[in-house]
Design a protein. Structure first.
Length: 351
């Protein structure tokens, strides 16, 4: 746990007096700091934060944890929370934070210009920082890609016993289902979810990497997983990660000409300024830094995610998978439809 430093006015007075006596500007008398609660692992964010400090002189105090735990912590701390910025994965989580009153609107021309509208909260409470897609992954040689088309088509009985996907408690799946509700309506999506449950090769267990490994091991022919997990496995030095990853290929569902060409489901990792922050200028400066072309290129290279900014180079692994059309749904909908998605999956018997 990293200690937070509160700068009370009183604590700063002697320094301030000294600064004035020496004729130095008061701002130089104390280091500016920003407190970041991050649901991203330290290795995936720390080098960027160090570069931010080098460029701006603003120190970043980083606390990492699971998304749900960080939201709970912000709730418990309330107005006394030292956090200035919340960095978390999935538009569903960002929406939850906003709905719980844990974030505040911020204005930034830099963010507005850099990040497409569909990847930002319409009221300015959060912005996407990186993009992830959740396509169909299939075992080479077991599935002919010409058999694949849309997410909807995976409910077809021909896939019975052939699909691996994680549990309904996972926010990535909840957001996928929310995107289907937005496209097809509740009734049709519920029938689809029942079809998926009927086609599962095994009861859901483990994370996205486990679905890919199960497919590679012959337990199923299709896995649904986020692209950056596969990218991470392909780049791994561990044969237990790399070898399974090499047995699967990506199919981009819902592309134009596939029946419903709305595009493959995408989501974001994103950032918000906390409601409790009294240091909003530095908070916004950090968020602006994270959408800068340099940061976006770093994300794309190291995390195997797609930049939210256009015109930023992607990693060779991602480039190999080719271009795809992303679903243009406003991601705020994923949050708004989250509760409906959870109930629907429950009714469909999705464990």
């Amino acid at each position: 746990m990293i200690p937070f430093h509160h700068h009370s006015l009183l604590a700063g007075l002697p320094l301030l007096g000294l600064a004035l006596a020496l004729g130095t500007p008061p701002a130089l008398a104390e280091t500016e700091e920003v407190n970041l609660y991050s649901a991203r692992k330290e290795a995936l964010i720390k080098p960027l934060l160090e570069r931010f400090t080098d460029e701006t002189g603003i120190e970043v105090n980083l606390v990492t944890g699971k998304a749900d735990a960080l939201l709970q912590r912000l709730k418990n701390e309330g107005r006394n929370s030292p956090a200035d910025v919340l960095l978390t994965v999935d538009a569903g989580n960002l929406h939850r934070a906003k709905a719980a009153g844990l974030t505040q609107a911020f204005e930034s021309e830099t963010v507005t210009e850099a990040v497409p509208e569909t990847y930002r909260d319409p009221e300015g409470h959060w912005t996407g920082l990186s993009l992830r897609a959740r396509p169909i992954m299939y075992v080479k040689g077991e599935v002919d890609p010409s058999e694949l088309s849309t997410y909807e088509a995976l409910a077809d009985p021909k896939w019975k016993g052939r699909i691996c996907i994680r549990s309904s408690s996972n926010v990535y799946n909840q957001s996928l289902v929310a995107s289907l509700i937005a496209a097809d309506g509740t009734e049709t999506t519920e029938e689809w979810a029942e079809g998926i449950v009927a086609n599962m090769a095994r009861p859901p267990k483990g994370g996205d990497r486990d679905q890919i490994k199960a497919a590679a091991a012959g337990q199923c022919d299709i896995a649904i997983a986020n692209t950056y997990y596969l990218a991470g496995m392909l780049k791994s030095d561990d044969p237990g990660e790399k070898e399974p990853a090499e047995k699967v290929a990506i199919f981009w569902p819902n592309q134009p000409g596939s029946g419903d060409g709305r595009g493959t489901h995408v989501n974001v990792s994103g950032a918000a300024v906390t409601a409790a922050s009294e240091n909003t200028d530095a908070a916004v400066e950090l968020i602006e830094f994270l959408v800068s072309p340099e940061s976006q290129a770093w994300y794309a290279k190291v995390n195997g995610e797609y930049p939210v900014r256009e015109g930023v180079e992607i990693s060779p692994v991602l480039a190999e998978w080719g271009e795809f059309k992303a679903d243009g749904l406003d991601l705020v909908k994923l949050g708004e439809l989250n509760a409906a998605a959870v109930k629907l999956m429950d009714r469909a018997g999705w464990k």
